[in-house]
Design a protein around this ligand. Structure first.
Ligand SMILES: Cc1ncc(COP(=O)(O)O)c(C=O)c1O
Length: 390
């Protein structure tokens, strides 16, 4: 069993031993009866530590990313927080994308800086800039590709080489691509992170996060939990910090993951049509979509991604006022935050998802509109955008 679609449907989904249930049940329990003290059945003790519905999801996620261990979390940011605490120490220096998702930048700048991390925004698409920013204290390059919302592309294999030459880890936020379109571990990354709220869940009905690790990754053996092994450190911190998803949320993400491949194919096809239409539209000044040959990261994206994804951003010639009007007039594209669901969404990053980075180096253009292109009929999507832009 090795095909992506087969793994998505079967990895972690063994029919239930007792009943034959084809779908892993929602084990809505906090605790487990022990057969004598320490006599655990299947290793289950308490659902913060492990729960069979979560185990099924984690097994599936590991298989989809080509990794050895998946860990599920209550949100993407909970996954990030766990990884950064497990892999880093106060005093460590981290390079982050200069166009990272606003919430990621806020976690670094407003939360983990207080714990002693030194996070420096760098344009990750510019390898010379990355090389120049690396210091002796640099322990991690945090990569997001494509980025939210400017669809910037970074070369994962080149960043992995650079990070490893300097004794740093490469972590990749693979949320926008999903494991169907891009597999960072195979390109040399040490750990992959997801907001499973997005394409993996796929139906805008759950908040979740994930980490996946592959080959063993050594951490400094300086007494921190995990004895110098990244996977062990993550497993320890997942339980010790406790940001885990409940059984029903785990089940929803797992159900979504089973159809990821077919959904992504249609997201990509619809987004390509939308991007092509926007490029030709007189009200649009610039379109950000890695599938466009003029996108600066197009060649890298074509090399490392199976398709270019379902996210498209564009800047209006009329600036912020025009962008707000488009968001207001769209009807099939629903005005709302988040992305990656079956329904198309439209939003104004400057005032919505990326309001937290206003005034910082990561501020996004006020005339920018971001689309999460869904699975509706493409003719309806194009007509809706045409009306909203007219
Ligand atoms: C690229 C990216 N990474 C991380 C996150 C954070 O995930 P969550 O909202 O599930 O905490 C998001 C959320 O929008 C995102 O778009």
């Amino acid at each position: 069993m090795s095909g992506f679609e087969t793994l998505a449907i079967h990895a972690g989904s063994e029919p239930d031993a007792g009943t034959g249930s084809v779908v892993v049940p929602i084990y809505q329990t906090s605790t487990y009866k022990q057969d004598g003290v320490g006599g655990l059945r299947g290793g289950y003790e308490y659902s913060r530590s492990a729960n069979p519905t979560r185990t099924a999801l984690e097994t599936c996620l590991a298989a989809l990313e080509g990794g050895t261990r998946g860990l599920a979390f209550a949100s993407g940011l909970a996954a990030e927080d766990c990884l950064l605490h497990a892999a880093l120490q106060p005093g460590d220096h981290v390079l982050v994308p200069s166009d990272a998702y606003g919430g990621t930048y806020r976690l670094f700048a407003r939360v983990l800086t207080r714990w002693g991390l030194d996070a420096e925004p760098v344009p990750l698409g510019d390898l010379d800039a990355v090389r120049a920013a690396i210091r002796p204290a640099t322990r991690m390059i945090w990569c997001e590709t494509p980025t939210n919302p400017l669809l910037g592309i970074a070369d994962i294999a080149a960043l992995a080489t650079l990070a490893h030459e300097h004794g740093a880890l490469l972590a990749v936020d693979n949320t926008f691509a999903s494991p169907y379109l891009q597999q960072p571990l195979a390109l040399g990354a040490d750990v992959v992170m997801h907001s499973t709220t997005k394409y993996l869940g796929g139906h805008s009905d759950v908040i979740g996060g994930a980490l996946v690790v592959g080959d063993p990754v050594a951490l400094p053996a300086d007494g921190r939990p995990g004895d110098g092994d990244l996977t062990a450190a993550l497993v320890f911190h997942q339980n010790a910090m406790g940001g885990v998803p409940g059984p029903f949320d785990s089940w929803l993400v797992h159900r979504g993951a089973k159809t990821l491949a077919v959904r992504m194919d249609r997201h990509c096809a619809n987004a390509e049509r939308v991007a092509a239409m926007l490029v030709e539209h007189p009200a649009v000044a610039r379109v950000y979509y890695p599938g466009l040959p003029e996108h600066p990261g197009h060649e890298t994206a074509a090399k490392q991604m199976r398709g270019f994804g379902g996210m498209v951003s564009f800047v209006l010639r009329g600036g912020e006022e025009a962008a707000l009007q488009v968001c207001k007039r769209a009807e099939v594209f629903t005005l709302g935050e988040s992305l990656g669901g079956v329904e198309s969404l439209i939003e104004h990053p400057h005032r919505m998802t990326h309001a937290s980075v206003a005034g910082s180096q990561l501020e996004v253009p006020a005339g920018l509109v971001r689309l999460s292109v869904g699975l509706e009929s493409i003719d309806d999507l194009l007509a809706d955008l045409g009306n909203a832009l007219s």
